[in-house]
Ligand binder design. Sequence first.
Ligand SMILES: [Zn+2]
Ligand SMILES: [Zn+2]
Length: 334
Amino acid sequence: MIAPFSWIRPEPWGIHVVPADAWVDPSRPVPRALVTHGHADHARGGHGTTIATPATLAIMELRYQTREGASPAGYGETVAIGGGVTACFLPAGHVLGSAQILLEHAGERVIITGDYKRAPDPTCDPFVVTPCDIFITEATFGLPVFTHPPIAEEIGKLLEVREENPDACILVGAYALGKAQRVIAELRAAGHSDTIWLHGAMEAMCRLYEEHGVMLGDLRLVSDAAKDQMRGQIVMAPPSALNDSWSRRLPEPITAMASGWMRVRGRARQRGVELPLVISDHADWNELTCTIRQVNPQETWITHGREEALLRWCELNQRRARALALVGYEDEDD
Ligand SMILES: [Zn+2]
Ligand SMILES: [Zn+2]
């Protein structure tokens, strides 16, 4: 008999599913990868076979211009991946197509969350709580200081500033995959039906979301309009475009940014952000601890961020836990 859980092995460049010789979110090319979601730190190109949800595969195709080796697995579908291991992709509530991966072998169940959140998001399926023995959780915002306010409050602030500044334009920095579409969908839910203007780098991903049934309303490119047309308008751009020459084409832009890191005032100041919007696609401290309680695993493995505080919380709550030293996972702007 093999030792319990020896079939699942965390290595610095990913989680190795030994009997299937498959890797979850590997940071280097491998013959067989299981990918939780389309963000670049999880979904790299160059694998032999990539097993992921259809939406994640579409995002990867858009990024890497190839569908080679794509092997789709829908939510809730159980697929045999070899060596007596099955994988089941379950919604993670992070971005379109994002999944937790439930792996089962010899009666043992391991869940790898990838990135996740519990707050509602009209652009993706909500996180599903599923029992397991080992729960491998991210901890990007794994400090008690990180609490994400309800998104409606932040969207309200954005619309208020727009109202008060009819001659200016509000430039919102947001991650091009997930955050941008969520902010747009929430603006629509708040009754903002005017055109929303896009930086060119956002267009293809917004179209992909629409093709997957996420309606975003009237979107147009900033490059198709005159400068004065942008007065009183909301413009979405990747964070990297906030302070570069691209923004000079906008009239008196007020710079906003939608990120969980906007909770840290210094970060907002550093980037010249006048209107910080605390909007994250990651679980905050309360969501992390509440999820661990609900899933109630025998053991929690923590990765991807500030592991120490969550590790300590597990100890204080008599929960077995360990921190994994995976490399290459960064969510600087999320
Ligand atoms: Zn992510
Ligand atoms: Zn990530």
